[in-house]
Write a protein that binds this ligand. Structure first.
Ligand code: PLP
Length: 457
């Protein structure tokens, strides 16, 4: 690797001059310079200066098996030598996407047996949107094409992904969304629960917003509801237990398809292979990406339930949709090996019965009592910390989001990579985290909170 011939300042200067970054203010990037991560091993990432950080975000919610897995590099190299690429259009196929599809059908809930590949979560959601509309058209109901989503949802960054998502800032730059997508309230109890309302009641009220939207349009006009089981980028918003079963009941009652976006939660994060199992629901599609390869290769898989898949077969006709890299042989080879590692090391079970509960307890007992913390919450190895000025009143610091950025900067300086969304701190570490690493992360969070409090008060 030739980057060693460059100083950090040179890399930053070239980066700012030539590289437009995702979700980044280019002006700020020029002024501040990027943090250049140069290598990684196990749970740690290292910048060009050798500064070591515990990666509390598993890259971007994806490196579930941790860094430095030689097996994944080897299987990619072997596949590149054997067959680096061939397409899966026009009745062609290659071995690794075939075998991966079989494996995914085994891991997915029983009624899901088909897979459509892409390279990213955004692409997979484009596919999902087009597929459910295609399904209803095949069923002779082309007007049943409205999609219900939620405010603060994140479903990717393509035009369809942004339209499905409910991020106001993203919509403001869209200049015209995909038509016929509506957004209802999110199930975010911490901020939206009414005085005297229980979590259970709040979950039912948030689900009722889905039914209201169906009734408003007329069920014969609504194709599907889409949701992340736990809203990730929107701030690890965990719905009350009453929410998902009620949403599913409503969808079934009105014959509306249920689309689950498990780009973050898929492949073990919640202590099950899929959060559909965690929340006891049976979606018609599950969007997955990220941890499918632990981020070692770009790959997404839209898991398609029997109801839709059977109609495609029974009615026939081409689905005019696909990507050059759908079923990329190298990405699929890496995914197969990655899933083998997750299984062999029992990572999903470990999150469920050991590290997940330990993480929840550590957040509850060590982090929640801090004066800056309004609430902690987690499922498996996915957690959030709400930063507030006043615990009792839940009053936030102003301007909005500034306090969490202060905490995040101190956390990074203390050696823990975390993310801030609004005034919520987020953790979504590799599933290889042990109890000892969770303790270490909590030490660093507490240090960051103390330093932030001194800055903020
Ligand atoms: N859906 C969810 C829930 C996500 O969190 C993301 C990315 O973070 C996406 C979709 C988009 O995935 P990608 O960035 O691979 O396009």
């Amino acid at each position: 690797m030739t980057y060693q011939n460059y100083s950090l300042a040179q890399l930053q200067q070239i980066d700012a001059a030539h590289h437009l970054h995702p979700f980044t203010d280019s002006k700020e990037l020029r002024e501040a310079g990027s943090r250049v991560i140069a290598h990684a091993q196990g749970p740690y990432i290292y910048d060009t200066e050798g500064f070591e950080l515990l990666d509390g975000m598993a890259g971007l919610w994806c490196v579930n098996v941790g860094y430095g897995r030689d097996e994944l590099a080897e299987v990619a190299a072997q596949q590149m030598k054997e067959l680096p690429y061939y397409n899966s259009f026009f009745k062609c196929s290659t071995p690794t996407p075939i075998l991966l599809a079989k494996k995914l059908a085994e891991l997915a809930p029983r009624h899901i047996n088909q897979v459509f590949y892409g390279s990213s979560g955004s692409e997979a959601n484009d596919t999902a949107l087009r597929l459910v509309r295609h399904y209803w058209a095949l069923e002779g109901k082309p007007e049943k094409n409205r999609i219900i989503s939620r405010t603060m949802a994140y479903h990717g960054s393509t035009v369809a992904g942004t339209s499905l998502g409910g991020m106001a800032g993203m919509h403001s730059q869209l200049g015209g969304a995909v038509p016929n997508i509506v957004h209802v309230m999110m199930p975010y109890a911490y901020e939206l629960k009414l005085p005297g309302e229980s979590d259970h009641e709040f979950g039912l009220r948030a689900a009722k917003a889905v039914e209201d939207a169906i009734l408003e349009a007329g069920a014969d006009k609504v194709a599907a509801f889409i949701g992340e089981p736990i809203m990730g980028a929107g701030g690890v918003k965990i719905p009350p237990e009453s929410y998902w079963p009620e949403v599913q009941r409503i969808c079934r009652k009105h014959d509306v398809l249920l689309m689950l976006d498990e780009v973050i939660t898929g492949y073990g994060r919640t202590g099950e292979w899929f959060a559909a199992t965690t929340f006891g629901i049976e979606p018609d599609t599950i969007t997955t990406a990220k941890a499918l390869t632990s981020g070692y290769q770009p790959l997404s898989a839209l898991l398609v339930g029997d109801r839709i898949a059977n109609t495609l077969v029974e009615k026939g006709g081409e689905f005019y949709h696909g990507y050059t890299y759908s079923g990329h042989p190298v990405a699929c080879a890496v995914a197969l090996k990655n899933l083998e590692i997750i299984e062999r090391e029992g990572l999903v079970e470990r999150v469920k019965s050991d590290t997940g509960p330990y993480f929840a307890k550590a957040l509850r007992e060590r982090i929640a009592p801090h004066p800056l913390v309004g609430e902690v919450r987690s499922v498996g190895l996915m957690g959030a910390i709400e930063i507030v000025k006043e615990k009792a009143t839940r009053e936030r610091f102003s301007p909005e989001g500034s306090a969490a950025v202060t905490v995040r900067d101190h956390a990074i300086a203390a050696g823990l990579m975390m993310r801030a969304t609004g005034d919520t701190m987020i953790l979504s570490p590799p599933l290889i985290w042990t109890r000892e690493i969770i303790d270490m992360a909590c030490d660093r969070i507490l240090k960051a909170l103390d330093l932030a409090e001194a800055d903020l008060r």
